[in-house]
Design a binder for this molecule. Structure first.
Ligand SMILES: Nc1nc2c(ncn2[C@@H]2O[C@H](COP(=O)(O)OP(=O)(O)OP(=O)(O)O)[C@@H](O)[C@H]2O)c(=O)[nH]1
Length: 500
């Protein structure tokens, strides 16, 4: 039973725990899907943003000859560059530089700056790379209005294919900030755009603090991007130590990666809050099962104890009954059958003899001059003598069915089923001889040997006999033996003579 209770409790814990574990795993999968989709949305927005800038720069590249020959049409607030810039809200400015990095035209108001941008990374990159590939750089501060911008540039070549300068569009970091602010996210959740070389361009909520910070050591750049252009993963951020579930997506055609991360601890707390009711219910169920089991166990134990108690009481009663029965049928002094048992057994044997016709006999023995024995040696010695005689008689009644009884006082009786007169006489002779042979001293006897002796009367069943007549006959024979001088046998059977 305790094992069963344990098994039930373990099952409840396993089932409840399994269901909750599955629910948590489902929650994780759902959120992985969510961050993956969100990162795809950010990636698509970045792609659109940079595609528009690319088209504009390509347009500028096509018009490079015209710009270099008539820069006045393009520069200034009324110039073509300013009008192009006004069409794209993500742009901070459009610029055309000559081969030395000096402004040829730009969309900014006022006179063209005299300083060179030849020191900028994007400028030296184009100078080094002889191709028309668009370059997206790291975040820099605009020299015209100090705003953080992402430089997007194209190399310009002359008719001979020599480096002629650079067309530049600066994309406002704030444009991404505004877009990312539309998303409702948790306190420690992040949305970010990073360069393919692992440099952060913008990450909400870290903003400027982590601009151009390298993410090269994160699993995103160490592992995930090498395997798949989109996906998800969970890791502990080296920046703030928070473990997040990340979704990421590379921006098609551009060296950019969009990523979204949600705080796994906050997610777990929210999940726990939602499932608190179920968890409490499961715990309650477990407690109820255990309580019920314990009550049942206690009840069972009580029942078993009661049963054991009942069995014990029954055994005691049975023992007492047997004891009573023994007491009712056994003579306490000698241990022989008592008078009651003698009467019952004699009736049974006579009935059987009457039915079967097989003869049975009765022997009555009486100690001679026992009153004198008592008078001279005392009652205690008298009792001891009775016990000795009883032992001798018991040892002689060895045949199955023979019963020796103390008939009363110093008188004993043998009930002998299936015993005819001569067999009974033979046993009587053995009895007489055995008591004589014991030679128990009896100084006050009238007999010459001065030992304890018996007088014996024998009667045998004949047609018409009953218990009374059989006892009467044996008694009569016994008295005859007494009258004849004691220490002898008298039988009522006509064929057997009296013996001394
Ligand atoms: N010690 C003792 N004596 C007993 C017991 N039962 C009977 N007696 C004594 O046995 C004696 C029997 O005496 P009587 O009936 O006169 O017979 P008796 O003295 O043997 O004489 P006869 O039978 O004629 O030889 C009595 O004195 C009883 O007190 C007993 O259980 N213990």
């Amino acid at each position: 039973m305790p094992l069963f209770l344990l098994l039930v409790s373990i099952s409840v814990v396993l089932i409840s725990g399994g269901a909750l574990w599955q629910s948590w795993q489902h929650e994780l999968q759902e959120n992985e899907r969510l961050v993956k989709n969100q990162s795809l949305a950010l990636s698509r927005q970045a792609q659109d943003t940079f595609l528009q800038v690319q088209i504009t720069l390509q347009e500028i590249a096509r018009n490079a000859d015209d710009i270099f020959s008539s820069p006045g049409h393009y520069a200034g607030t009324q110039g073509l560059l300013a009008r192009q810039k006004a069409l794209l809200p993500q742009l901070n400015g459009l610029f055309v530089f000559d081969a030395n990095g000096i402004s040829v035209a730009n969309s900014a108001p006022g006179p063209l700056p005299a300083y060179s941008n030849g020191d900028r990374d994007y400028f030296s990159w184009h100078r080094r790379h002889d191709n028309q590939q668009m370059h997206i750089g790291h975040v820099i501060r605009s020299r015209s209005n100090n705003e953080p911008v992402i430089p997007v540039s194209l190399r310009l070549d002359d008719a001979e294919g020599h480096f002629r300068g650079v067309a530049l569009g600066t994309v406002r970091v704030d444009y991404f900030r505004q877009y990312y602010d539309y998303f409702e996210i948790g306190e420690h959740d992040v949305l970010g755009l990073t360069h393919r070389d692992a440099t952060m361009l913008y990450v909400r909520p870290f903003a400027d603090r982590l601009t151009n910070h390298s993410m090269a050591h994160t699993p995103l750049y160490q592992k995930l991007l090498k395997v798949s252009p989109t996906g998800s993963g969970t890791w502990r951020s080296p920046i703030d130590g928070i473990t997040r579930i990340f979704g990421y997506a590379m921006v098609p055609h551009y060296p950019l990666v969009a990523a979204v991360g949600i705080d796994r601890d906050a997610l777990r707390k929210a999940w726990l809050r939602t499932n608190l009711g179920i968890i409490c219910l499961n715990l309650l169920m477990l407690m109820l099962v255990m309580l019920f089991g314990l009550l049942l166990l206690r009840q069972l134990r009580l029942m078993l104890e009661n049963q054991a108690e009942l069995l014990r009481a029954r055994d005691e009663l049975t023992y007492a009954n047997h004891r009573l029965q023994d007491l009712a049928l056994i003579d306490s002094l000698t241990g022989l059958a008592n008078r009651r048992q003698f009467d019952i057994y004699l009736e049974q044997c006579i009935e059987r003899a009457a039915t079967t016709g097989v003869p049975m006999s009765l022997i009555m023995c009486d100690i001679d001059y026992f009153k004198r024995y008592n008078d001279t040696r005392g009652h205690v010695a008298g009792d001891a003598c009775l016990r000795r005689i009883a032992d001798i008689l018991k040892s002689l009644a060895q045949r199955n069915g023979d019963v020796v009884a103390r008939y009363g006082g110093e008188e004993f009786a043998f009930v002998l089923p299936a015993t005819d007169a001569s067999a009974a006489l033979a046993l009587a002779q053995r009895i007489l001889a055995a008591v004589r042979a014991a030679a128990l001293p009896h100084a006050s006897t009238e007999l010459a040997e001065k030992i304890v002796t018996l007088s014996i009367g024998v009667s045998t069943f004949s047609i018409g006999s009953n218990a009374d007549s059989l006892v009467h006959d044996a008694d009569q024979a016994l008295y005859a033996a007494k009258r004849n001088g004691r220490n002898q046998i008298v039988t009522r059977s006509p064929t057997v003579a009296a013996q001394r």
